[in-house]
Design a protein around this ligand. Structure first.
Ligand SMILES: [Zn+2]
Length: 283
C-alpha cells in the first residue's frame, strides 16, 4: 500500500552525479557554463537542455566564474549576468523555466540561481565593509581584513496543505497566475521553530487553527533563497478570514471540486497530490 512518506518527490532523492562546491579545473578541460541573474537565465541555442553552454576551460576567460560543482565529472560554472543584461526580454523567467524543467535541471538551476543571488548581494563583508574574496575549497566568501566567512544564505520557509475530513483549504495571492489556488506558505522567523511558524502563518493568513502536522519533504525555491519545508496540517477550528492583500481569496474545496492548482514540479502541488492519493481520490 502506498504511504505518503515514501520518497517519491524528486527533491527527496540525491541529485545523481553532482558534487557541489569548488574544485580545481585544468586548462583545456571541458566545462559547462550557465549564465544567469537572480531571476532570469540566458538561453543557449543548440544545447541539450536550453541553458548550458559547453566549452573548454581557459583561465584567461573563466577564472572569475563561480564553480557550482561537477556534474558527471564535468565542472559546471556560473557566469553572473552583467547589470541590466538579465532584464533583456529574450532571457526567460527563471521561475517558469524551473517549474517546466525535469527534476535534474530544476536542482541545477536552483543551485545556479541561489549562488547568483548570493554573489550579487554579498560582495562586501557585513562586519567591516571590505570587499570579500571567494574561497576555493567551499561555497564561501571570506573577508581579507577581518576573516569573516559568509556562506550562501538559505531562508527556511514553511509551506502547508491544511485539510479537514471532506475538503482542502486553498488560497490565492495576487502574485499567482489567474485562477490558481495553492497551499499556504511563509518565512520562519528568527527564534521560531518550523511548527511555531506553521501555527502563526496559518493563523495570520486565514485565521484558522491547525495541528497534527506531518512533514512531507522539502524543495529549494531560489527567489531569493528559500528552502520550503512541506507539511500537511489538520484543521482544528475557526472560520476562514483573510486580509485581501497578501491573500486575496481562501476557501474550502471538496476533494472532487478543486480549482486550478500550481505546477506539477512544485512542492505545493506535491502536498496536494500526495494527500489526495493518500485519501484514495484520483487527482
Ligand atoms: Zn571584514
Amino acid at each position: 500500500m502506498w504511504h505518503p512518506l515514501q520518497a517519491e518527490f524528486p527533491q527527496q532523492q540525491p541529485l545523481a552525479g553532482f558534487l557541489r562546491g569548488p574544485s580545481e579545473i585544468h586548462t583545456g578541460e571541458a566545462v559547462g557554463i550557465v549564465t544567469c541573474g537572480s531571476s532570469r537565465i540566458r538561453p543557449v541555442k543548440d544545447s541539450a537542455n536550453g541553458w548550458l553552454e559547453t566549452t573548454f576551460y581557459d583561465p584567461n576567460k573563466h577564472a572569475k566564474l563561480v564553480v557550482m560543482g561537477r556534474k558527471d565529472g564535468m565542472p559546471l560554472l556560473l557566469r553572473l549576468a552583467k547589470p541590466g543584461q538579465a532584464k533583456a526580454e529574450d532571457w526567460p523567467n527563471l521561475r517558469s523555466w524551473l517549474l517546466e524543467s525535469d527534476p535534474e535541471s530544476f536542482d541545477l538551476l536552483a543551485t545556479a540561481a541561489s549562488l547568483a543571488n548570493w554573489q550579487e548581494q554579498h560582495r562586501y563583508c557585513g562586519r567591516c565593509g571590505c570587499k570579500t574574496q571567494p574561497r576555493n575549497d567551499e561555497y564561501a566568501h571570506q573577508c581579507p581584513r577581518c576573516h569573516l566567512r559568509q556562506y550562501p544564505r538559505v531562508s527556511p520557509c514553511i509551506i502547508t496543505l491544511v485539510w479537514r475530513e471532506d475538503a482542502l483549504l486553498l488560497a490565492r495571492s495576487p502574485r499567482f497566475a489567474p485562477g490558481v489556488y495553492s497551499t499556504l506558505a511563509g518565512f520562519i522567523e528568527a527564534g521560531e521553530s518550523a511548527e511555531q511558524a506553521l501555527h502563526r502563518e496559518v493563523e495570520e493568513e486565514v485565521s484558522v487553527k491547525i495541528g497534527n502536522f506531518k512533514y512531507l519533504g522539502s524543495q529549494s525555491w531560489p527567489f531569493p533563497n528559500s528552502l520550503m519545508l512541506g507539511y500537511w496540517a489538520e484543521y482544528q477550528g475557526g472560520d476562514i478570514a483573510f486580509d485581501g492583500i497578501e491573500i486575496e481569496d481562501a476557501q474550502w474545496y471538496p476533494f472532487d471540486q478543486l480549482p486550478e492548482l500550481p505546477a506539477k514540479a512544485s512542492i505545493s502541488r506535491y502536498l496536494i497530490d500526495s494527500f489526495l492519493r493518500w485519501k484514495g481520490v484520483n487527482s
